[in-house]
Design a protein around this ligand. Sequence first.
Ligand SMILES: [Zn+2]
Length: 124
Amino acid sequence: MDQQPQPAPQPGTPLMTTCPICHVTIPASFFFCPNCGASLRPAPPVVTMKQQISAYSVSLFLPPFGLWYVWKYIRSGEPKVRRVGIIALVLTVISIIVTIWLTTGLLSSVNQAVNQSLGSYGSL
Ligand SMILES: [Zn+2]
């Protein structure tokens, strides 16, 4: 009567999981089993600082091409990677708005200059 069955892992505790190889209970956040070293889930995709900087600068300075990074990162299941895509998207939108704003501002000042010179010719 001393041989009691092992208490089953409690359902509804997402913080703990069981190693599929050695059946040891381990925190669900572990990527490797500390007991047998089995890989428990694929390591999350990582965006390096260099990749982030290139994604953000392309988004800022070459707006249409920044959307490629947005598309690449925003589909990721990893929240950190998706955030890079969202920031790249925001930067792309800001850059497009600023570009349009600068272009229309430049055009209206060119128009003013042309009108002024035409006006001065007309008064001669
Ligand atoms: Zn294990």
